[in-house]
Design a protein around this ligand. Sequence first.
Ligand SMILES: [Fe+2]
Length: 315
Amino acid sequence: MTRLDIRQLNDELPFGARISGVTMGNVGDADVQQQMRDTFEDRGMIIFEDVEQSEDMQFAISEVFGPSQDYAIKNSDFEAKGKAGLITFAAEEKASTVIETGGRVIAGHVPWHFDACYAEKLNRAGVLRIVVNSPEEGMTGFGDGVQIYNALSPEWRAKAEVIDVVYWQYNMYHEQRFGMPEDFRLVQLAEASEQLFEASRDIPRTVHPAVWQRKTGEKVLHVSPWQADGVAGQPGAEGDARLEELIQEMKSVIQPYWHHWKPNDMAIWDNWRFVHSASGYDPKYARDARRTTIQGDYGLGCYESDWKKPAEAMA
Ligand SMILES: [Fe+2]
């Protein structure tokens, strides 16, 4: 039996783990896979350290947690050319989407979000590796919805639990509507992002609950500021103000983990439970990140046209 080296991410955080010792030779073993799955269920995210950096290894780790699915956005430049199911977030020097905020010009910044909020079905998880990183920054942030929910006051928990959030794929980059810094300015939209952005306009909106409960009992605050479009059943200024207030509260209690990538790392996170973010980097550098998409829906999302007010849903 192989005992993997499993440690907590750090002493301060109630989530996350680091695992060393996963190799091509043992990743197919039932006992190794069980340790990986148990850690994922319990801690919600894992940094795999000192793992072989290859597409085969990335898929071997990914498939421990479930089969791959195609990217929710079809025919985009984000689909990597290699194996089906791998997507790439890559930009050459000076070719990324660039923003300015707080006096800084940043390439490749992605605000807090969970993946596929704009789809009615979520994916279970993704395995990420960085093929080319910028020499500074280029971090990935992880925020645990269980930690966030537990840090809310009883009043805020009660407020959040009755909110269903509407998402629209179009609300990204400069069109993000919630949780935006006041001084935000779009400097440059990458070509691939521009195509994706324009193709998103006609995609129907979806709804996901702001809070849901895991089978293990913990409640999860699961709100994606990126692509949020309002409160279901309450379009207009009042609903928007409720959601903005909730997102500000979430940002004030979140205890994020920012991962500084080492050359032999890979990461997985539970997409039903976590929000994640890309810090960004100096636009003069290039970056290339690759992610798998692991199948598995939590069953609580729907298209906006199918959404029913809780009172109607119970009738
Ligand atoms: Fe993402």
